[in-house]
Design a protein around this ligand. Structure first.
Ligand code: PEP
Ligand code: MN
Length: 339
């Protein structure tokens, strides 16, 4: 249930509305926006006296919320969430956030070199995998802790915040200390223990969409993190499984307007994993910006032909540079179209 307060209300009227909701056995979230103040019921709202509530002075409207996600729901929080990064950039808001880097951290020279290149192209953050979820146990599994250390070196060298994937609850404390944004990969989107654990720490969490997850399942994963107290969640579409096998996955750009309606959380698009082919990254990244994405996650490697992971979908830094410029131009242009 959501209670929308009138434009003008007294602290006593707010208190009375909260009290009436609490009498119904729920916890109340108060969201004070620039325009409206909203009270959201956390828990089972069945026993709240809706009639009494809607007649209280100061209350504009009472709505039942049927969706199972509450904190992630735009009805509870009408304003877009903007996640601030350590370098003054953000994910969400007016500026496009391009997050880029290699699939895996491979060496100091590689990660620092790519970090410098993507920074020069205007990237908001560096993404590199240290703990890699690989289909084959014989494939390169990532550099682990050494990879995290190299990411920190790249951050020191460039100032770029670092984004990297977590695979185990054992690493939550270490990630909270060493990383700027914690990525939960597609394969772990419904690893509920992991979601709960990252919900109990303070670093922003980027949740990639599971390969066959519905929007609601994806939002429920965000809800797990938010229910633990961490409301800084980014949603990342990375393509879903369909019958099409030409591309690695099928990019679902409809998720942008749909999620925009359902949630206040920022939405970014990963055209690299969505397509698996470097030449498809450019058109789909442009499509994502035209559709209103808050940002992109793009794999960039200094030497894609010899990459230890995901070379075929990785862009060379100079190709990324050209794309990054086009994306910013298109993003600016879209603002003029939408005015
Ligand atoms: C990745 O980002 O490198 C990755 C493994 O992606 P996904 O979880 O989307 O497959
Ligand atoms: Mn990858």
């Amino acid at each position: 249930m959501v209670v929308i307060m009138k434009r003008e209300f007294t602290p006593e009227q707010l208190e009375a509305a909260v009290h009436t909701m609490e009498e119904g056995g729920v916890k109340v979230m108060v969201s004070k926006g620039a325009e409206t103040t909203i009270l959201g019921a956390e828990g089972n709202a069945e026993h709240i006296d809706q009639e009494k509530l809607s007649l209280l002075p100061g209350v504009e409207r009472v709505m039942r919320v049927t969706e199972p996600y509450k904190k992630a729901n735009r009805k509870y929080h009408p304003e877009d969430t903007v996640i601030e990064l350590s370098n003054g950039r953000s994910v969400g808001g007016n500026r496009l956030a391009v997050i880029a880097g290699p699939c895996s951290v491979e060496s100091e020279a590689q990660i620092v070199g790519v970090a410098q290149a993507v920074k020069a192209s205007g990237a908001a953050a560096l993404r590199g995998g240290a703990f890699k979820p690989r289909t084959s146990p014989y494939a390169f599994q990532g550099m682990g802790n050494d990879g995290i250390r190299l990411l920190q070196e790249a951050k020191e060298a460039t100032g770029l915040p670092i984004v990297t994937e977590i695979m185990s609850t054992d690493n939550v404390e270490m990630f909270e200390m060493c990383v700027d944004v914690i990525q939960v990969g597609a394969r772990n989107m419904q690893n509920f223990d992991l979601l709960k654990a990252v919900g109990h720490q303070d670093k922003p969490v980027m949740i990639k969409r599971g390969m066959s997850a519905t929007y609601e399942e994806w939002l429920m994963s965000a809800e797990y993190v938010m229910a633990g107290g961490n409301e800084n969640v980014i949603l990342c579409e990375r393509g879903i499984r369909t019958f099409e096998s030409y591309t690695r996955n099928t990019l679902d750009l409809a998720c942008i307007p749909v999620l925009r309606k359902l949630t206040h959380l920022p939405i970014i698009i990963d055209p690299s994993h969505a397509t698996g082919k470097s030449w498809l990254v450019d058109p789909l990244a442009m499509g994502a910006v035209a559709t209103g994405a808050d940002g992109l996650l793009i794999e960039v490697h200094n030497d894609p032909a010899h990459a230890l992971c995901d070379g075929p979908q990785s862009l060379k830094p100079e190709v990324f540079d050209g794309l990054a410029k086009k994306l910013l131009k298109l993003h600016d242009f879209m603002k003029t179209v939408e005015e």
